[in-house]
Write a protein that binds this ligand. Structure first.
Ligand code: GLU
Length: 302
């Protein structure tokens, strides 16, 4: 099978040095392994993602010397594929309609714990969704949906983990040369009942990413450490949907002068600003610790 890498930015802001590192690393691994390098635009959030940000991302990546296979996959053009995957989970009874707003969740937790006992939180720090809607009767659920109550589709995590069976793990590489690897146990339950279909969309980040990695035959997912815990959910969805499991490497994050992770509020680390301030692509490579220059001709494959 052809080795395939991808860089998958969301066009809801400008690229910063952290994105540059991730894109350059993926492209350089693809080149060294004679593999494919894909660009995927993760724009399911059609309100926060804009064509202007997308154009800026493409221009910055080209300026860095990167080339990728065309056509670029743009997630907002593939809602049907995600809807079909969501339907499989609905038909399998593995997701349920979740009606509570964020405020209602907060109030429920406050009432239940009296502010005293700890309530479980997911690896991103959000409280687990309360076990209320999961146990609504079929009739009540139908009544609310027919009455037009807004809802998201949440994974019934306990049922999903049971359906997936044992031995859920992934192959995680040890370093950025993809030299060694070790099997890492997945712990999807740490997330509670995650959102699989958002209120206004037939998908979520987790669902789109696993559907697309499979459709694009991605063999190596190389992305930031901040997504390490999310891989547990991805492995679970892959198992439930019968999709192949790529190998993973969760790379270091580029940090600012104070050691903090870079965010969309760029500071001095935005590629556009660095470019306009006179930095060259090789300055950027040096700043993120990728030494080798990437020759566009080595990357553009017919
Ligand atoms: N679109 C995600 C982001 O920009 C990356 C998803 C991934 O690499 O799996 O953070």
């Amino acid at each position: 099978m052809t080795t395939t890498f991808r860089f998958a930015p969301s066009p809801n802001g400008e690229l910063h040095l952290g994105h540059a590192y991730s894109a350059l690393l993926n492209a350089s691994l693809a080149r060294r392994r004679g593999g494919r390098f894909l660009l995927r635009i993760e724009d399911i959030d059609t309100i926060r993602c804009t064509p202007a940000f997308e154009a800026g991302i493409i221009s910055d990546l080209e300026w860095l010397g990167l080339r990728w296979e065309e056509p670029v996959r743009r997630q907002s053009e593939h809602f049907d594929a995600y809807r079909a995957a969501l339907k499989r989970l609905i038909d399998g009874g593995l997701v349920y309609a979740a009606f509570m707003s964020r405020g209602e969740v907060r109030a429920y937790i406050e009432r239940t714990t009296g502010g005293e006992t700890a309530w479980p939180r997911d690896p991103d720090g959000a409280p687990h969704y309360p076990p209320v809607d999961r146990s609504l009767s079929v009739g009540e659920r139908r009544r609310r949906i027919e009455a037009g109550h807004p809802f998201a589709w949440r994974l019934d995590m306990a049922s999903a983990v049971a359906a997936a069976g044992t031995g859920l793990s992934w192959c995680e590489f040890a370093d950025e040369t993809l030299g060694g690897s070790q099997e890492t146990a997945a712990d999807p339950a740490a997330w509670g009942d995650v959102v699989i279909g958002r209120r206004e969309l037939p998908t979520s980040y987790h669902l789109s990413v696993v559907v697309d990695d499979a459709l694009q035959a991605v063999t190596h997912v190389v992305r930031g450490r901040d997504l390490h815990a999310a891989t547990s959910v991805h492995r679970l969805l892959q198992r439930l949907l019968g999709l192949p499991a790529p190998s993973y490497f969760h790379h270091r994050l580029v940090v600012d002068a104070d050691g903090r992770k870079l965010s969309k509020s760029l500071g001095g680390t935005g590629l556009r600003a660095l470019r306009e301030g006179g930095a060259t692509p090789s300055d950027i490579r040096a700043m993120v610790g990728i030494r080798e220059a990437i020759s566009p001709s080595a990357l553009s494959r017919p």
